[in-house]
Design a protein around this ligand. Structure first.
Ligand code: SF4
Length: 237
């Protein structure tokens, strides 16, 4: 009941990712660690999914980065669609060619993504690479906005975030969404002991932003988008 706002999901986590976000809570999954990753046949998955279909709003796929396995994912989602279920995809949107290939083959009802700002800090990649990845994210956002019914733009917030930087990147990203239906949700990046980030030292300096920063980020994003902005939660309640 937490993967899609105000909906119940059956959630599948897929292994592998093309990014190295230092705050990543699923880094074992993202790096395909054999302690948490194993092969699963579509038939076995369907055997679990079919009895639950009357209870859920979406079949939700997350990771890791699901588009790393986009071909078998298309086969799986086509079977899910045949059951008449809604489909939700959580992707980092930085693999636009794969996204387009998937969306040309199967309909996705809901897509959630992180708007990682600033990219050079949150993608965990060298500066030049992060800039390229951000451009691929913008491209992915454009593709999604033309082909997916509902977008959920999640904005992870770190303590060190500068509001003018948030504003500059968010303006570019929101302009690329055009007329699609979307909502913005702020996610404070939290640290141990609640989660186990990839880089604890990085997190010591940047995780658990103050409530005041979240409120100011909310105001900034509300002004930019002209729509309400939700905050997922914060540690001090
Ligand atoms: S946070 Fe998401 S995009 Fe980043 S490394 Fe983890 S799984 Fe990949």
């Amino acid at each position: 009941m937490v993967d899609v706002r105000e909906a119940v999901t059956f959630t599948l986590w897929l292994c592998g990712c093309n990014l190295k976000c230092p705050f990543c809570h699923n880094h074992l999954l993202a790096s395909s660690d054999p302690s948490v990753c194993f092969p699963l046949s579509i038939d076995n998955l369907m055997n679990d999914l079919i009895p639950s279909r009357g209870l859920i709003d979406y079949f939700h796929v997350t990771g890791g980065e699901p588009l790393m396995q986009w071909r078998p994912l298309v086969d799986l989602l086509r079977e899910v669609r045949l059951l008449g279920m809604n489909i939700s995809l959580n992707t980092n949107l930085t693999l636009p060619d794969r996204l387009l290939s998937l969306l040309e083959r199967v309909e996705v009802d809901h897509l959630a993504t992180d708007m990682k700002i600033p990219p050079e800090e949150l993608y965990g990649l060298p500066l030049g690479e992060a800039v390229t990845i951000w451009q691929r994210f913008i491209e992915g956002l454009k593709i999604a906005s033309h082909r997916v019914k509902k977008l959920e733009i999640r904005v992870p917030i770190v303590r060190s975030l500068k509001l003018d930087v948030l504003s500059r990147y968010a303006e570019e990203a929101l302009a690329s969404i055009e007329d699609a239906e979307y909502e913005i949700v702020i996610y404070p990046i939290i640290g141990p002991p609640l989660v186990n980030p990839r880089d604890e030292k990085w997190c010591e300096l940047r995780c658990n932003p103050e409530r005041d920063l979240l409120m100011r980020a909310e105001e900034e994003l509300r002004d930019l988008s002209g729509r309400p902005v939700a905050i997922r939660y914060w540690l001090d309640g």
